[in-house]
Design a protein around this ligand. Structure first.
Ligand code: SAH
Ligand code: MG
Length: 212
């Protein structure tokens, strides 16, 4: 096959100058090229808008690619809190959000996400939409924390559920792989969630928190 299905569909869309700017800045800074896939970026905008979310928590900012996609779905008074371990990444993400005209939406919290989440809980913060995309070993922990920070009916999205094939390779038993397998089972089976897994690109999990 000349093209993968992912490539075929991606090429139907016209160039996105804001996201191209993010990719160029990631390359220029020597950062890892691990932004969310273009089709999932479009899906994030779509879901934020469809769900009428007003507050979003993103875990893992990198250069702001997914931050732009998430913020594009928000209403004018919406808010995005983005957690990022590295100050230099948060600075680049912030500059990219500003260049895209979305800087006013976002509040970057720099440091380990678990510590930032603990602080958000102390502040009594609540969110309508979550995007989990940081260190894979902590996905199960982040999922529990998101459920505690969620408004009724909130949506959780999580990237890289396939770990470039490692998730479905039984020979792989490292901590990230085991954590992602556990996370994927929880999305599928936990009675608190209505889950769905998308297998395109590197895999995306979606869940809505059930209202009792
Ligand atoms: N969501 C981004 C990509 C994130 S890549 C996008 O699609 O555009 C993963 C990011 O998580 C990296 O920027 C990395 O620095 C950050 N990260 C890794 N471990 C972390 C931790 N413990 N706390 C907060 N951020 C972390
Ligand atoms: Mg990712």
């Amino acid at each position: 096959m000349a093209q993968s299905p992912d490539q075929y569909f991606d090429e139907l869309y016209k160039a996105d100058t804001d996201l191209e700017r993010v990719n160029a800045s990631i390359q220029a800074a020597g950062m890892p090229d691990i932004s969310v896939a273009p089709g999932y970026g479009r899906l994030l905008t779509f879901l934020v808008s469809l769900s009428k979310a007003r507050s979003i928590l993103e875990i893992g900012a990198l250069g702001g690619y997914s931050g732009i996609c998430l913020a594009r779905g928000l209403p004018t008074e919406g808010k995005l809190v983005s957690l990022e371990l590295r100050q230099e990444y948060a600075d680049i993400a912030k500059a990219n959000m500003a260049s895209s005209g979305l800087g006013h939406f976002v509040d970057y919290r720099v440091g380990d996400a678990s510590a930032s989440i603990a602080r958000l809980r102390e502040e009594g913060a609540r969110f309508d939409f979550f995007f989990i995309d940081a260190d894979k070993e902590n996905y199960p922990h982040y999922l529990e924390e998101c459920i505690l920070l969620a408004n009724e009916g909130a949506i959780i999205a999580a990237d890289n559920t396939l770990l470039r094939g490692k998730t479905i390779d039984e020979a792989r038993q490292g901590p990230s792989v085991l954590a992602i397998r556990h996370f994927n089972r929880t999305i599928a089976q936990d009675p608190r969630l209505t889950g769905v897994h998308l297998p395109a690109y590197d895999g995306l999990a979606l869940a809505q928190i059930r209202t009792i």
